[in-house]
Design a protein around this ligand. Structure first.
Ligand code: GCV
Length: 697
């Protein structure tokens, strides 16, 4: 057994010399490892003086360096480092050989870890162990997080397992360096059609992802350029995989289904044509020759103008399987997106409904997908709106692997210019009980594969970080990336726990700072919803333009199907089985009952499921029109209230972040008033019903 020992003391003094430039600090995100206050530092004494690595893989070595870096920065050169004791890093088999008495409380699965305080040769020590190296790395980050939050580790005995095997982020980066729906700067991977020479940010990104348990990253836009599979491009991609690998993050690619024809020289891309199957096989082999740990392929097909199997009257399962079979011998996976819909729908036809598309397309194919294919389903049936019900397709696939797609980048929720912490929204979907076969079947269990005993499943988050120092374009928005990772690891964590962790790691442990930021983040989704989209009406943003400003009629009278059907009589989409589009019929019977009648339907989704007059009285006791006025005024007022709340932190947060975030809240307050006035005026113009508080007339 090879053991590598690192001295904590030597590393600590090297770190003390490193400059603390602000752009660097921003880029560290929640991995700042800020020095703990002396009184807190003392509680970690005496510290083990050496790290013993049982193995020499790049991931293990990285884990050890991370530990040294984190402990050094947070705890400083500690004179009381305890000479005889160690922190041992290694897989369970190795650790068990060293300490035969070790016995984890339950069987570890891949990527999970066990942190155990235990004496070794009489000296108090720690073991960080797992079944694979990536799990050890996760354990190191978990231990460092505990220290950063000032938690006691002296009697540590904690085993954590991931909820699902798939915990990936998707990046919508284009090869020219732009990022579709990215608000954090240019691509960290590409510039001018090539992989960037400097991949240091890609490496730092992988470190951030690893720290929250993410194990895969798709590095290009789902609207994929076929060139990504060109023979001269794949070796360039290998360089990205090389910087991901030490962090246990697997690289994956989005592909264009027409690639065999567009870049492969074939006259077809028919997935059932043997020449096409052969082309995919060879192409995938070529990728694995360059990137032996390649994770897999994401496909967007027959959607928003992308090529797809419909060109040859083939099914989505045919298209997924031809790639799945090429990947299978290498252990790769194909993610086939369920975001398939006709964007030329006839809006005159009241029975047409884009929300039905995912289920209509994929439910009939249940059981037809290979075992290494996953259907990737957006959380709601439309497109990342501020409020949508859970997609019924989660309950509609029993013999098919599935994953949930969440959007971390705030395309429809303020584009990082406005605060909108999305974890509470994601949790509502993940916790939503689909009542499949009348049993408790929350979405989180359906996507994790545990309900129907599927071999694969999990979580994909569209992150879209960029070269901006703070990655997403706003320091507070990073809570969404952190929160996605934490929920993918354990969807049972509460929003409160997640934000509390994030705030402490990012801003330190000052109680005023922590309480204020936690409160602002936790309120922000409801506030944003209040001054933008009422009662589940769906998008009121400019959908033909920037997806940001209020433009409530832009979604109407066109083929995109993001309709709210507001006119002078009423508002909302009738999706009932009785008189509407029948969308509600796609849910299991108990959920149908929840949404089908006005009596049962919750107010916050009323206009998603029903078309009602403006005078309809909500469960809340108000009319719809009065609710719209009130919620928009309340929301704008609350957004304005973010400013004085933040101002209380002056002197408690470093000047640079204090000023930056203050300016953002001041801007948001103005944007909220703009939204309020546009939406209230619009509803008044349609309904001719004045506000009973006299604000809108
Ligand atoms: C990558 C929405 C976005 C598109 C995105 C698409 C998708 O329509 O506006 O930019 O395309 O979703 O998820 O494929």
């Amino acid at each position: 057994m090879r053991r590598l020992r690192l001295s904590l003391l030597a590393f600590v003094s090297a770190l003390a010399l490193s400059a603390n430039l602000s752009a660097e600090t921003e880029a560290e995100a929640w991995l700042r490892y800020a020095p703990l206050p002396p009184e807190l530092r003392k509680t970690y004494e005496p510290l083990p003086c050496q790290i013993v690595i049982l193995g020499d893989s790049p991931v293990l070595k990285n884990a050890a360096h991370e530990l040294v870096r984190g402990m050094g920065q947070m705890l400083g050169a500690n004179p009381e480092l305890h000479r005889g004791s160690s922190i041992v890093l290694g897989t369970f088999d190795q650790a068990h050989r060293l300490v035969p008495t070790l016995n984890p409380p339950e069987k570890l699965i891949a990527d999970g870890y066990w942190l155990k305080a235990t004496p070794i040769r009489g000296a108090p020590s720690f073991v960080i162990t797992a079944v694979n190296d990536r799990g050890v790395l996760h354990g190191v980050f978990a231990l460092l997080g505990k220290i950063a939050r000032g938690e006691s580790i002296s009697t540590l005995d904690e085993l954590q397992q991931p909820y699902a095997p798939i915990r990936w982020v998707n990046q919508w980066d284009n090869l020219d360096g732009s990022v579709e729906r990215g608000y954090g700067g240019r691509s960290i991977f590409y510039a001018d059609g090539k992989v960037r020479d400097d991949l240091s940010r890609a490496s730092e990104y992988a470190r951030l992802l690893a720290s929250i348990g993410i194990n895969g990253c798709t590095v290009n836009n789902v609207n994929a350029a076929p060139a990504v599979l060109a023979p001269d491009f794949i070796p360039q991609l290998r360089r990205i995989a090389d910087v991901f690998r030490p962090w246990g993050v697997q690289l994956s690619l989005s592909v264009d289904l027409s690639s065999p024809k567009v870049i492969g020289g074939l006259d077809t891309f028919d997935p059932l044509d043997p020449r096409v199957a052969e082309w995919w096989r060879k192409k995938v082999d070529e990728i694995y020759r360059e990137i032996p740990d390649f994770g897999g392929i994401v496909v967007k097909a027959d959607s928003e103008g992308r090529s797809g199997p419909s060109a040859y009257k083939r099914t989505h399962a045919d298209a997924a399987n031809v790639i799945a079979r090429a990947l299978k011998p290498h252990g790769g996976i194909v993610f086939y997106r369920a975001f398939v819909y006709n964007h030329h729908l006839d809006w005159h036809d009241l029975k047409n409904d884009r929300a039905k598309a995912a289920y209509d397309n994929f439910h009939p194919l249940d059981g037809a997908f290979d075992d290494n294919a996953i259907v990737q389903i957006k959380n709601g049936p439309i497109d990342f709106q501020v409020r949508e019900p859970a997609s019924p397709l989660f309950a509609g696939l029993r013999r098919t692997n599935e994953s949930i797609e969440l959007q971390i980048t705030q395309e429809y929720t303020g584009q990082q210019k406005q605060l909108c912490f999305l974890v509470p929204m994601w949790k509502e979907v993940l916790d939503f009980d689909m009542r499949v076969d009348g049993k408790s079947t929350p979405v989180k269990d359906l996507v994790a594969g545990s309900v129907f005993h599927r071999p694969l499943g999990g979580f994909a988050g569209v992150a879209n970080v960029g070269l901006d120092a703070n990655w997403l374009g706003s320091p507070l928005a990073m809570a969404n990336l952190y929160g996605f990772g934490r929920l993918a690891w354990n969807p049972n964590l509460t929003s409160e726990t997640i934000i509390d962790e994030w705030t402490q790691l990012t801003f330190g442990n000052d109680p005023l700072v922590v309480q204020t930021i936690n409160r602002l983040q936790l309120e922000s989704w409801h506030v944003y919803e209040d001054y933008t989209g009422p009662l589940g009406a769906g998008t009121l943003t400019n959908i033909t333009g920037n997806h940001y400003d209020p433009a409530p009629m832009s979604s109407e009278e066109n083929g995109w199907g993001q309709w709210h059907r507001a006119d002078s009589h009423g508002i909302g989409m009738d999706r009932t089985m009785a008189t509407g589009t029948g969308f509600i019929g796609q849910y299991p019977p108990e959920v149908q009952k929840l949404y089908e009648t006005l009596d049962a339907c919750p107010d916050n989704l009323l206009l998603f499921f029903h078309h009602v007059p403006y005078t309809h009285v909500l469960h809340l006791g108000k009319t719809v029109v009065q609710y719209v006025y009130d919620s928009h005024y309340d929301g704008a007022e609350q957004a304005a209230g973010f400013v004085p709340q933040w101002e209380k932190l002056e002197g408690h947060v470093d000047e640079e972040r204090y000023r930056d975030i203050l300016a953002r809240f001041e801007f948001q307050a103005k944007e909220a008033v703009k939204w309020r006035d546009v939406i209230c005026a619009w509803i008044f113009k349609l309904s001719h019903i004045p506000d009973n508080k006299g604000r809108v007339k």
